[in-house]
Design a binder for this molecule. Structure first.
Ligand code: GZL
Length: 352
């Protein structure tokens, strides 16, 4: 699905993603400022055999957006949903039809079919997991309804969707594993015994972040002593950590694929009389309370993942309406948050 970027495409994309991330188009709040811009895409949608364009089909001057959301499992998701509800309003030329899959991949496919039947004018899909989507996407295409994929990617043919906007989860994982390697070296930690709390299995957030860890562990001779999904929720993250602690195995690092599971793991450590600060805990997302924990030293680093996607997705939809060539894939600007920048990042961190 990923394509190599042309130089011209990079320039266009950097302008787009800088414009997108820096613009608060009257909806939602401007995403946290970051310095890192990573993108990879093919600039023209037509070259990929996908020729649908967003149109005001019913001529009411409003674009009706059907949003097929993952669920409400985490602080990231809450902020993401709010970003859409804030941005896709009549003042910005939109109407939002919202569907919550409650983290159920099968329900989500039915949600999309329902949105097609309702005749929305564009669908935004944040897929729970990345398999089995071809038939539904083909149905949307046959119905003439463009599909924007946001948040988590899909491993489908480029001619089944208009564009993707969201985080590069593999790159997020590489930032965190690079941090771990440097942190271990500078603190004379020679052994890595890692507890790996995975996100929802089969989501590209889990796939990318887990891939980065698996590769780094192989390259650096790290041991993954426990690996289990916490479904991106605090409750499940705590349950998984409690279950591991009962095994009395040695560990010194926790690699947790989102802040909510990290909160759960920290609660489990504290309940067992262990000091979280005596472990190397790394996380993903960048909720305000997690960034505060980086300032406090409880969490050593966070792979930032920006949930405030509404304005940028809206920007891409508007560009499609205007007949402009939009990138096939655009990645959010994201950084690593550690002790060197946490105080600054805290000023713009999302959520609570
Ligand atoms: C990442 C997003 C993930 C977050 C979790 O883009 O899909 O899902 O990292 C959320 O917090 O549950």
């Amino acid at each position: 699905m990923k394509k190599q970027i042309t130089v011209a495409g990079l320039a266009a994309l950097m302008a787009l993603s800088l414009a997108g991330c820096g613009t608060n188009n009257g909806g939602g709040t401007t995403p946290p400022p970051t310095t890192d811009t990573s993108t990879s895409t093919d600039t023209a949608t037509s070259s990929t055999g996908y020729n649908l364009q967003v149109k005001d089909v019913n001529g009411d001057g409003i674009i009706t957006v059907g949003f097929a959301q993952v669920g409400a499992e985490s602080g990231w998701r809450t902020a993401n949903t709010q970003s859409y509800k804030d941005y896709f309003v009549e003042a910005n030329g939109f109407k939002l039809v919202f569907a919550d899959a409650n983290q159920d991949p099968d329900k989500q496919k039915q949600d999309v079919r329902d949105l097609i039947a309702q005749g929305v004018e564009v669908i935004d899909l944040a897929p729970v997991t990345d398999s089995g989507w071809e038939p539904v996407l083909q149905e949307a295409k046959d119905a003439g309804i463009p599909v924007v994929i946001s948040d988590r990617q899909l491993s489908v043919s480029d001619d089944l969707y208009l564009t993707y906007f969201g985080g590069d989860m593999y790159a997020e994982g590489q930032r965190v594993t690079d941090f771990l390697k440097t942190y271990m070296a500078s603190n004379n930690i020679t052994t890595a015994n890692i507890v790996h709390l995975q996100g929802t299995i089969g989501s590209t957030a889990q796939i990318g972040r887990s891939k980065a860890l698996t590769e780094a562990a192989a390259a650096n001779n790290w041991n993954i002593v426990y690996e289990q999904t916490g479904e991106f929720t605090q409750a499940k993250g705590q349950e998984v950590m409690e279950s591991f602690l009962q095994q009395n195995k040695d560990f010194n690092i926790i690699y947790s694929e989102n802040d909510d599971m990290t909160y759960g793991a920290i609660a489990a450590l504290q309940a067992a009389g262990k000091d979280p600060k005596s472990y190397v805990i790394v996380s993903f997302d960048g909720n305000k309370s997690a960034v505060q924990m980086v300032v406090d030293g409880t969490i050593k680093a966070i792979g930032q993942c920006n949930p405030l996607l509404g304005p940028q997705v809206g920007d891409l939809i508007k560009k499609s309406m205007n007949g402009e060539a939009i990138p096939k894939i655009t990645y959010s600007q994201e950084v690593l948050i550690d002790s060197t920048n946490a105080a600054e990042q805290l000023k713009t961190a999302f959520g609570s």
